[in-house]
Design a protein around this ligand. Structure first.
Ligand SMILES: Cc1cc2nc3c(=O)[nH]c(=O)nc-3n(C[C@H](O)[C@H](O)[C@H](O)COP(=O)(O)OP(=O)(O)OC[C@H]3O[C@@H](n4cnc5c(N)ncnc54)[C@H](O)[C@@H]3O)c2cc1C
Length: 568
């Protein structure tokens, strides 16, 4: 071990190890020390949570870090996110409305065993020349902007010190820098989670004898999905692991399901018996004896941050910064963006570039992204028992995610100051409008809830039956020059505005009896059921009608039979 390093990374979990690789790949002569508290190899299966990747994070692992070969050989391919909504007979899986892709997906994602993955990343990082010290607990950090920072850590009972130009805090929930420099920020999204791993393969395809239901998908595809069983206030996950074990978790809003009702293994089993009788019947026997590999709990998992990157040569990444919600498996996405911003700053600074403006723009962009994502989850667990609202919400959430952030990330746009300026510099620029439109739609879903009561059953809905979803997903990784990328984001935003209007027209007809073909300014969408809302604009030039393709797609996600509806 040397005394001085370019970068010391606090914590060798997913964020810290991937950052060490990203930096080393970009600058082979960089000196990096990773200090990790864990004493030895990570356990298979029963290590950490965060096993399902989605498109943005997958692009990072496969393309930016070049882990495609490893992922295809040692981890499982994933067949999308899959949802089972409540029916009147939850015991029969075939009666529940099922949402998920039917056919193999064009853009890849993976189910990862976090222990296997972290062991591989650690080995690879060492092979590339990074120093990684296990059994090393960081005990203090002195930020010294005018000289080298000083890190103290305990190894084998002895305190040691090293110095470095850059500190990257990747210590997860220990959040070493956030605690030391006090930049915690309150987060108004409160949900809790528990999870456990069971030995063996669990395939929900076998949870019925109905052959026609089973054969509706190619064998194995349901197994490879991240399966969500959902009802008011909660979702329960089933995730297959490459080590032939299975991850199970319950995530719930305490307003509906108090944490005390499922925060031990025995209580979680009882909770399933009441709320999810079929998973209870299938999983309870597997958890007996040594079938249960672990059981973990996390109260109020969402947290926020006021700071992320500093010109004083430090930054935070992964869960030591902000974390929102695991519903759509976005943890690795945030690590991907976070590490890309932080690496860009570190590499430019080591190349003697002034990073003050970049650090500030990246921090604002990152915090704005987190803020614009909060409404996707906040209070939304209350919608989870309502199939019609959730189907539309999930499709809307995927459309926005694929059309804008995922496409921007795959085109390295988040580290391009020119693109960030073109998207976010002014209130009416595309990036800001994107955040506003998403907020408006998330409010609409909540406003709609008291009026939408139907329980649906026996249906299958495939996101890729919708042309716009298929197009957004297929184009995530298409590479574009900066000007063309901005043009494409403008096209995607225009489609999102049309989708918003098409959804609103359906909901407003149902709730307020408005004509099915009214024009609407998407930035005024609301049902008029709350106080002090903007007046719905159906007449100005900003009021639009969706095109035929969008209208047809929105008809696919509308479960009610077409009534004779009034036109304007
Ligand atoms: C319920 C739940 C479900 C989730 N599901 C998903 C999912 O499906 N997909 C997804 O992408 N993400 C998911 N996530 C998010 C995912 O778990 C995190 O994004 C990810 O684990 C964060 O990685 P990290 O490296 O920041 O933190 P960690 O993996 O926690 O790593 C931090 C490391 O720092 C070390 N450390 C801590 N303190 C010190 C110290 N003082 N000195 C030295 N080392 C230290 C720790 O030992 C640890 O190894 C989920 C999160 C939750 C809460």
């Amino acid at each position: 071990m040397q005394q001085n390093y370019d970068v010391v990374i606090l914590g060798g979990g997913l964020a810290g190890l991937t950052l060490s690789l990203q930096l080393k790949n970009a600058k082979p002569d960089i000196s990096i020390l990773v200090l990790e508290r864990r004493e030895s190899e990570a356990a298979t299966a029963a290590h950490k949570v965060g096993e399902s990747t989605v498109e943005l994070g997958t692009h990072y692992l496969r393309e930016v870090l070049d882990l495609k070969g490893y992922l295809e050989t040692h981890e499982l391919p994933k067949h999308g996110l899959r949802f089972f909504f409540p029916s009147k007979t939850k015991e029969d899986i075939t009666s529940r409305v099922e949402l998920g892709p039917r056919f193999r997906l064009p853009v890849p994602s993976h189910q990862v065993d976090r222990g296997t993955l972290e062991n591989h990343l650690l080995k690879l990082s060492r092979e590339k020349g990074n120093e990684i010290l296990l059994g090393s607990k960081v005990s203090n950090v002195e930020i010294l902007p005018e000289s080298l920072h000083e890190i103290s850590f305990i190894k084998d009972g002895e305190e040691q010190k090293v110095n470095c130009k850059w500190i990257a805090d990747a210590s997860g929930r220990a959040s070493i820098l956030k605690r030391k420099l006090q930049f915690q920020k309150p987060m108004e999204h409160h949900s809790n989670a528990v999870w456990w791993r069971l030995k063996g393969v669990i395939d929900v395809d076998t949870w019925t004898d109905k052959k026609d239901w089973q054969s509706f998908l190619e064998p194995g595809l349901r197994y490879l999905s991240t399966v969500h069983f959902m009802d008011t206030g909660y979702w329960l996950w089933v995730i297959p692991l490459g080590s032939k074990n299975t991850s199970i978790g319950i995530v719930a809003d305490p307003a509906v399901h108090p944490f005390e009702t499922f925060n031990t293994y025995d209580k979680a089993v009882e909770w399933m018996k009441v709320n999810e009788p079929l998973p209870y019947k299938m999983l309870e026997p597997l958890g007996q004896g040594d079938g249960l590999m672990d059981f973990k709990i996390l109260k109020h998992y969402a947290h926020h941050s006021n700071k992320l990157y500093s010109k004083d040569r430090w930054g935070v990444t992964g869960e030591s910064g902000a974390f929102l919600d695991p519903l759509y498996s976005p943890g690795t996405d945030f690590i991907a963006m976070n590490n890309s911003w932080l690496s860009d700053l570190i590499l430019r600074d080591l190349g003697s570039e002034d990073i003050e403006i970049r650090a500030s723009v990246f921090e604002q962009s990152h915090l704005a992204l987190v803020d614009s994502w909060i409404p996707v989850y906040q209070n939304k667990y209350l919608l989870m028992g309502n199939t019609q609202i959730m189907v539309i919400k999930i499709f809307w959430d995927w459309a926005t995610y694929w059309a804008v952030p995922a496409h921007l990330f795959a085109n390295k746009a988040f580290v391009n100051l020119r693109i960030l300026k073109d998207l976010f510099a002014k209130e009416d620029f595309l990036g800001r409008k994107f955040g506003r439109l998403n907020n408006i739609m998330q409010d609409l879903f909540l406003e709609w809830l008291p009026f939408e009561k139907e329980t649906f059953s026996n249906r299958y809905i495939d996101p890729f039956d919708l042309a716009f979803l298929r197009k957004f997903q297929e184009e995530i990784e298409v590479q574009r020059a900066p000007a063309e990328l901005i043009e494409q984001i403008a096209i995607n935003m225009n489609m999102l505005e049309q989708i918003a209007v098409a959804i609103f027209r359906k909901v407003s007809t149902q709730v307020n009896g408005t004509a099915v073909d009214i024009k609407v300014n998407p930035y005024t969408i609301n049902l008029g059921k709350k106080e002090n809302v903007v007046v719905l604009d159906t007449e100005s030039e900003a009021a639009i009608s969706p095109g035929d393709m969008i209208t047809k797609d929105v008809d696919v996600m509308w479960f009610y039979p077409e009534k004779e509806m009034e036109t304007a």
